[in-house]
Design a protein around this ligand. Structure first.
Ligand code: FAD
Length: 320
């Protein structure tokens, strides 16, 4: 069912204007002009032209159908922890996976089946408390299951490709597919479905139950503490901005270029870890974008090597 309501009034004091919404399904609304900054870990970016947070497959399918009928592009949003969204916002429909939440730990097989909107660190802690091994490395990655599957998120020498068995996806044409790990052509922080109009709805991971919970909790806590002391978690960021080119890390190349602490507007190359850019309060997406460009330029001049962003840069940025 798709029904267009004439207008909808938001409760926010600041947003007193009437906003058009479209109702798909029983209580799933496609809203217009929804601010994306609070939905990203950088806390920057303008509004989504259209925005929806479906709760089930039927609502996702209806959202895709609506976007197709309106001739709109779609963008998937997970926890927003690897995104730089332009100050202008995003055209088309942004689909947030945050309500796609369920989890099932199968004691017999060690299979963990979870919805795309589940939080990776929450699962890592839950598995550790149960004495299940396999996710200890992921505790410092503040993403969703869907985002981690698409990004092949990784840390401490492990990554999603090491534990993924299969992922359920839905295409914009409404096709439901089960992809196994090999279908995703995984490599370092890459998968075949990055940037595709496909939504990951669920994933199954192979873990190892039956270990001593205290031991798994200790390893998980150690990993978390290591991250907290070596990386700046106190201010908004997207984690590592650039992919590590090897053999040197991006952080080392940036630090050796003398860029730690370098600032444009309120965006700063972190002192604690040079591959992090921090929003020191009120940064614009454009400040961060310009800083990324500056770092690339400086590193290229010094090392003849162009750093490739790991962060997904979305929307229009002014060409300077
Ligand atoms: P988003 O940022 O929302 O999206 C990332 C990409 O995935 C986008 O292209 C988006 O369109 C797509 N996407 C998201 N959900 C779906 C879905 N359901 N279906 C289809 N496409 C989807 N990353 C690491 O790999 N290792 C680290 O150690 C690490 N440390 C970090 C530390 C900090 C403090 C922060 C802020 C980030 C860190 N990251 C790290 C980056 C980030 O957490 C990961 O890339 C994470 O996997 C992104 O997941 P997300 O749900 O936030 O995805």
């Amino acid at each position: 069912m798709t029904m267009t309501l004439s207008y909808y009034q938001t409760s926010s004091e600041q947003q007193q204007a009437y906003r058009p919404v479209t109702l798909i399904g029983k209580d799933c609304m496609i809203k217009s002009q929804v601010s994306l900054a609070p939905l990203t870990s950088f806390r920057v970016g303008g509004p989504a032209e259209w925005y929806v947070a479906p709760k089930n497959l039927a609502e996702i399918q209806a959202s895709f159908q609506w976007a197709s009928s309106e001739n709109l592009s779609v963008t998937m949003l997970g926890a927003g922890s690897n995104l730089l969204i332009s100050d202008e916002g995003l055209p088309g429909l942004v689909i947030n996976s945050k309500y796609l939440r369920h989890s099932q730990f199968d004691e017999e097989t060690g299979l963990l089946t979870v919805g795309a909107g589940e939080s990776i660190p929450r699962l890592a802690w839950q598995a550790a408390r149960m004495g299940w091994q396999g996710l200890e490395w992921s505790v410092g990655i503040p993403g969703s299951v869907g985002g981690a599957v698409v990004m092949n998120a990784g840390a401490q020498g492990s990554c999603i490709a090491d534990v993924l068995v299969s992922a359920h996806v839905l295409t914009m044409q409404g096709e439901s597919l089960v992809l196994d790990k090999n279908d995703l052509s995984y490599s370092y922080r890459k998968s075949k479905i990055q940037g595709q109009p496909i939504i990951v709805t669920q994933a199954t991971f192979q873990l190892q139950p039956g270990a001593n919970p205290e031991q798994v909790m200790n390893t998980t806590t150690e990993n978390f503490e290591k991250r907290r002391t070596s990386q700046p978690y106190h201010l908004p960021s997207c984690g590592s901005v650039f992919r590590n080119p090897g053999p040197k890390t991006a952080g080392w190349l940036i630090e050796e270029s003398g860029l730690k602490g370098y600032q444009i507007g309120m965006a700063q190359v972190a002192h604690r870890h040079a591959n992090f850019i921090l929003n020191c309060g009120g940064a614009k997406a454009n400040d961060i974008f310009r800083l990324i460009y500056h770092v690339q330029e400086q590193v290229e001049q010094r090392w003849s090597l162009l750093l490739e962003p790991e962060v997904k840069i979305m929307g229009q940025f002014p060409v300077s």
